[in-house]
Design a protein around this ligand. Structure first.
Ligand code: NAD
Ligand code: TYD
Length: 340
């Protein structure tokens, strides 16, 4: 019997690699094909424990490469597509937005266009709560207008709108998840939580933007993966689903928690110049997702402690990443802020 086939783009990145492992455990009958360009953010080693076999194939390639994507769809005839592939860091989008437009908007369009011509089962576009812009009061519902404020968020919003347009115009079986800030193993150390953990391990300053009172709604990566799987299989086609666990915390609270978990002094926190257009708060109304039967399983403080332990135990994973290209980015983004 033919195995169900799923394409996971960006499967060598943070959430994508966790999602591939989720599928291996919970949908062992699936054939999982990863398509990943292996940018600075993607690593083949993130999937090193999964051997190439009938159940798993890794393809290095760009979602914006129409010929490659078309050939892959012709060969594999996917039943499901989950599009994680994206440029994802707000600070990098402020320094250089072009790659975000190319991958997040154009690349998503290439996938949609191939799906339109070749056909597929359900296509889930992995999006973000950042498309709503900052939410100063209450919580964003899926029907709220999009008001992105960073080039990253604007690119993701463009992809959401294109995916929905392909559903309306061509009847493609599209679903969208808009996830909140995610954390856990294999997250690139450019992002807030792993940056602060790894800097603290090395007794380096933790560059806290502005007054540190910005609020993010944190979700553990395993909970995010379970939500994506549920929406993919049981969501209503053409709909958007917010994905959040309701753990709203100020950045400074999270920084203090990390330092406490590592027994490091609060004097490592270094307030620095704020990010331009820094969204003050994100908050999601997740009743639509919860009505499908999803609930988070990982309490925030426990999951954060687990994550801190993972970075303590996996220095061989993150130390090389913090050298080379990242060191250059760090100088560009933080050099003037840290006065060096
Ligand atoms: P990540 O940066 O860790 O991984 C992105 C992956 O995409 C990398 O493996 C990279 O090599 C690959 N990629 C980039 N450009 C590509 C291209 N042109 N073709 C093929 N592969 C390409 O990102 P992440 O944090 O795992 O995020 C995954 C998805 O989830 C993104 O779409 C992001 O917008 C969304 N999201 C992330 C968060 C979060 O907090 N991390 C929250 C909500 C939504
Ligand atoms: P980040 O992980 O970049 O996610 P996003 O900007 O997509 O929410 O940042 C999370 C929060 O942490 C955000 O409010 C910005 C803040 N932050 C800092 O204060 N210092 C840093 O060095 C970074 C990377 C982020």
């Amino acid at each position: 019997m033919r195995r169900p086939r799923i394409l996971v783009t960006g499967g060598a990145g943070f959430i994508g690699s966790n999602f591939v492992r989720f599928l291996r455990s919970w949908r062992p009958e699936y054939r999982v094909v990863v398509l990943d360009k292996l940018t600075y953010a993607g690593r083949r080693e993130n999937l090193a424990d999964i051997p190439e076999c009938e159940r798993f194939r890794f393809v290095q390639g760009d979602i914006a490469d129409q010929a490659l994507v078309d050939a892959l769809f012709a060969e594999e005839r996917f039943d499901f597509v989950v599009n994680f592939a994206a440029e994802t860091h707000v600070d990098r989008s402020i320094l250089e937005a072009g790659a975000f437009i190319r991958t997040d908007i154009w690349g998503t369009w290439v996938l949609l266009e191939v799906v339109r011509r070749r056909g597929t089962g359900r296509f889930l576009q992995v999006s973000t709560d950042e498309v709503y812009g900052q939410v100063l009061e209450g919580s964003a519902a899926e029907s709220d207008p999009l008001a992105p404020r960073s080039p990253y968020a604007a690119s993701k919003a463009g992809a959401d709108l294109m995916a929905l347009a392909y559903h309306e115009t061509f009847g493609l079986p599209i679903l969208i998840t808009r996830g909140s800030n995610t954390f856990g193993p294999y997250q690139h150390p450019e992002k807030f939580i792993p940056l602060f953990i790894t800097n603290a391990i090395d007794d380096q300053p933790l560059p806290l933007y502005g007054d540190g009172r910005q609020v993010r709604d944190w979700i553990y990566v395993a909970d995010h993966c379970a939500a994506i799987d549920l929406v993919l299989h049981q969501g209503e086609v053409g709909r958007v689903y917010n994905v959040g666990a309701g753990n709203e915390r100020e950045n400074i609270q999270v920084a203090r928690l990390i330092l406490r978990l590592l027994s490091k002094p609060e004097s490592l926190i270094r307030p620095v110049a704020d990010r331009p257009a820094h969204d003050r708060r994100y908050s999601l109304d997740t009743s639509r997702l919860r009505a499908l039967g999803w609930a988070p399983r990982h309490p925030f403080e426990e999951a954060l402690a687990e994550t801190v332990r993972w970075y303590q135990d996996n220095e061989a994973w993150w130390r090389p990443i913090k050298q080379g290209e990242f060191a250059e980015f760090y100088r560009r983004n933080y050099g003037h802020r840290l006065g060096g």
